[in-house]
Structure formats: structure tokens, C-alpha cells
Design a binder for this molecule. Structure first.
Ligand SMILES: [Zn+2]
Length: 476
């Protein structure tokens, strides 16, 4: 039995309709984690769907809970030998609210439906379709080889859409249980629909508010204009001192010292393509001298998300007493997260804006993570995916968006290789979530090849001790 046999078996699993039936059953379970009434359904997904599927593959399963978590986790484990590579998988079985009434006629979030050459259903992209691909690919390797040839652990959470509460604490407490050489997981979109993609981390993100509270109330602009300061003007100037008129960040502490050569090489091969519905890229915006891929994946970006002074809905002839802005910095590895706001304070004070208050928001702070694209495990995974798909995968050192990937890199000390099976136009989190079925079929084949290769002996795992990897490998 060969690698090709495993891949053919995976394709047969798709072509026979087996994969579609399994996925349809999972989509039919309305695992809306934002809806408190669905709490029993979250557990049912693990008990009725995920546990039996893993147990049929000879995994042992346990439900893990944490007081800080709103929903349970399932850990499945199949250990074949102490000297074999160990891979941790991750996925989430919960979904965003169904928004049942907003789907196109004839579609329901809870019924996998084929229309216009697409498969529709809530969770098909985020994330049921993706972990079902990986689980079925593992099953075909097991059926072909009679064993996996590696040790597998798989963690499925049911609270990702409510912020993964308790995931960090759970991983901290169960570090030994989750010990592995690397994480192979699937979520999020490919760079472009036809381009197999791996991403290795995510940008960090920090939201904060800037405000000027000048005085208790507004004052007539005819009587007081020119005599008292205008906080709306002052805050605009303060923001203008942070970022140039063409979007270039001006604080040195908010910019990486450099774009590492390996990151630059990986991104040279990546073209940002928002698809038909995406906006046109504006080449004059952002950090000068960088390609679009370097700007969104290799650099930091600063945004003003909202700005308010006076009464925007009913303007009056008064000098407003206050101004407020919600701002955001997305940042890459190399930025010191703990110094983002202190650096801002120093900068504002030095530029005469000590009246501007800085406040953190209630939103999550995400850390930035990134693995060297030329790291041996990454090269191994990319070669495997290329061999199966016949295409050159895009390698993103990190996503432009933010994920709690530092739980895997920093808490568990893992390399993280994400192999997304979705695409940017999938409408996740909106009505009409869908995937083109050929992406799932290709994903199934790629993952069967990847898991086959993981058990075939020629992996880089012998070079590293368990969980001893990441300290040396992130590109800082
Ligand atoms: Zn989601």
C-alpha cells in the first residue's frame, strides 16, 4: 500500500458521497455557541459525532472542562510508539449564529445543500468542514496503512466563536497531555481559492481609545471660538503625529526593525487577491517600499476605527467639550506588546499632546506569532502538499488577522502549521456560508498525503525533543 493508495482512498471517500453525508450530519447539529439555549447541543456534538468518529479510529477520548470555559473540549488520542512524531490537531465544533431567515431562498444553515456548484451550510468553512477533512484524511491513512505511523492528538473546542474562553488555561494545565512535536490544524482561508496555503502564525492586535476631555460642556463658537481650545482639532493633530497622510506609521516602536529575509522570500511568492468582492489595493497607502503582501503579512498597520466629536447627527455651532477615537494596531513579531501603549504615551507627551488620554478597551489583546518559513517542519509540510496537489503552496509567515495562536506556540511550545481549506469568499460569519466542493476534495487529498508522510519516517522530528522547538525558531 502506498501514498497514492491513501490519496485515492480519500478521493473515493469524497466521490462516493460518504464525506458529504458525514459533513451533513455535523452541519445539522445547530452548535451556536453564542446562543445560551444551545449549551446542551455543544456537548451533543462532541458526544454524538466527534467521539464515535475518533473511537472508530482507535483513539481514546476524554471530555475536558475548565471553570473559565463556557463549553467543553474533547481530546482524542492515539499513541502508537514513543519514538514516533506526535502531532496535535485542533478544530472547533461551535458555529456563529445561524441567522436562519437571512439565507437565500431554498437554503438553511442546518442543511448541507448543493446549489450553483457550491455546498452551503453553517460551519462548512468555519470550522466543521475543515476538521471533518482532517479527521477523514486520518481515517483513510489508517485504513490504507493499518496504522497511522505517528502519534495523534486532536483537540476540539466548542467555544471558539465566544472567544475561546478557558482554552489558554486548559492548555497551561494540561501541557503534558497535549505534548507534541507540532500542531497541524485547519481554519481560515487560503490566500486565493486555487492556491493551497499554509500559514504559520498570526499578527497581534491591540485596540485602544484616545480621548480629550477639555471641559464640562460645549460653548458657543461665536462667543468663544479663538479663545478656548477645540479637542476635535487637537485629537486630529495627535493622530496625525502617529501616522502619515499616506498611512505610514511614524512611531519607531510600532514598526518592526526589519523584514527578515526568510519572510521576505516567502512573501515574494504571495499575491494578495481579495476576489471579485474585495476592494482595490491602493499602492500609495501604508509603509513605502513594501509589496502588498509585505504590508499586510510582514508589517504593522494602524487604523482609526471610529472618531467622534460634537454631535455628528445634529451639528450645532459650539466648540465641543470632548473628542474620542477608537484605534487599533495590528502588529507582527518584533514589536514589544507591553511597550505599545507606553511608547504612545512617550510620543504624545513629547509632541505636546499630554492632554490626550489613552485607555484600553474590553476587547482581547492578541499576541503576534510567526514561525520561520524556512524551518524544517514547514519545508517538510510544504513539500508534502506540493507533491499531492501539484501546485506550489503559498507560505504565509502569519495571517494578517489575529488568532490566539500563542497558546500553541508559547504555552505548548509547538511549531504551528495551519493548512486552511476555505477561501476568502466563503461568507463565514454571514448568511450563505459555503465552500466550492472541489476545495474540500483537494483538502482531503492534501491532508491524506500529509498524514501519510508524517507516518512514513522521513520527518524532521528526530532533530528536536518534544516541545523544545519554538524557543529557537520564531523569527523575531
Ligand atoms: Zn469563526
Amino acid at each position: 500500500m502506498t501514498r497514492d493508495d491513501a490519496i485515492h482512498r480519500a478521493q473515493e471517500c469524497f466521490d462516493s458521497g460518504d464525506f458529504q453525508r458525514t459533513l451533513a450530519r455535523r452541519i445539522a447539529i445547530p452548535t451556536e455557541s453564542q446562543n445560551p439555549a444551545r449549551a446542551p447541543v455543544l456537548r451533543e456534538y462532541l458526544e454524538a459525532e466527534i467521539r464515535p468518529a475518533f473511537e472508530a479510529m482507535g483513539f481514546t477520548c476524554q471530555i475536558l472542562e475548565h471553570p473559565k470555559a463556557l463549553a467543553p473540549f474533547l481530546l482524542a488520542e492515539r499513541i502508537e510508539g514513543p519514538d514516533l512524531p506526535t502531532v496535535l490537531g485542533y478544530g472547533h465544533g461551535d458555529v456563529i449564529r445561524g441567522l436562519d431567515n437571512e439565507w437565500k431562498p431554498g437554503l438553511s444553515p442546518w442543511t448541507l445543500t448543493e446549489a450553483e456548484g457550491r455546498w452551503y451550510g453553517r460551519g462548512i468553512a468555519d470550522n466543521k468542514g475543515q476538521h471533518t477533512v482532517n479527521m477523514e484524511a486520518m481515517r483513510t491513512v489508517l485504513a490504507t496503512r493499518g496504522k497511522l505511523g505517528f502519534n495523534a492528538k486532536y483537540l476540539i473546542e466548542m467555544g471558539e466563536e465566544t472567544g475561546s474562553s478557558g482554552l489558554r488555561e486548559l492548555c497551561t494545565e494540561h501541557k503534558d497531555l497535549l505534548r507534541a512535536h507540532l500542531l497541524i490544524a485547519s481554519d481560515g482561508p487560503r490566500l486565493a481559492p486555487e492556491r493551497p496555503t499554509v500559514f504559520l502564525g498570526s499578527r497581534g492586535s491591540l485596540n485602544f481609545d484616545l480621548s480629550i476631555e477639555a471641559r464640562a460642556g460645549g460653548h458657543h463658537s461665536g462667543n468663544w471660538g479663538g479663545l478656548i481650545s477645540n479637542p476635535g482639532i487637537q485629537l486630529a493633530h495627535a493622530i496625525a503625529s502617529l501616522v502619515s497622510p499616506t498611512g505610514e506609521i511614524l512611531l519607531p516602536e510600532w514598526k518592526p526593525k526589519e523584514l527578515p529575509a526568510s519572510v521576505r522570500r516567502a512573501l515574494a511568492d504571495c499575491e494578495v487577491d481579495g476576489g471579485e468582492d474585495g476592494p482595490e489595493i491602493e499602492p500609495w497607502w501604508g509603509q513605502p517600499g513594501l509589496s502588498p503582501a509585505e504590508r499586510v503579512f510582514g508589517w504593522c498597520s494602524f487604523e482609526v476605527l471610529a472618531y467622534k466629536t460634537g454631535n455628528p447627527d445634529t451639528p450645532v455651532n459650539a466648540i465641543p467639550p470632548r473628542a474620542w477615537a477608537r484605534c487599533q494596531l495590528r502588529f507582527v513579531v518584533g514589536i514589544e506588546p507591553g511597550d505599545i501603549l507606553p511608547a504612545l504615551r512617550r510620543h504624545l507627551d513629547a509632541h505636546g499632546f499630554s492632554m490626550v488620554k489613552i485607555a484600553t478597551t474590553r476587547e482581547n489583546i492578541f499576541s503576534a506569532t510567526r514561525i520561520d518559513p524556512e524551518e524544517p517542519w514547514v519545508q517538510w509540510a510544504v513539500a508534502s502538499i506540493a507533491a499531492t496537489s501539484g501546485k506550489k503552496p503559498a507560505v504565509l509567515p502569519n495571517l494578517g488577522g489575529s488568532l490566539p495562536n500563542d497558546i500553541f506556540t508559547d504555552v505548548l511550545g509547538l511549531r504551528t502549521v495551519w493548512v486552511p481549506h476555505s477561501y476568502p469568499g466563503c461568507s463565514q460569519h454571514a448568511p450563505n456560508e459555503h465552500l466550492p466542493p472541489h476545495l474540500l476534495r483537494e483538502g482531503l487529498a492534501m491532508m491524506a498525503g500529509l498524514y501519510w508522510d508524517l507516518g512514513a519516517g522521513a520527518t524532521p522530528h528526530a532533530q528536536f525533543r518534544l516541545n523544545q522547538c519554538v524557543t529557537a525558531t520564531p523569527v523575531r
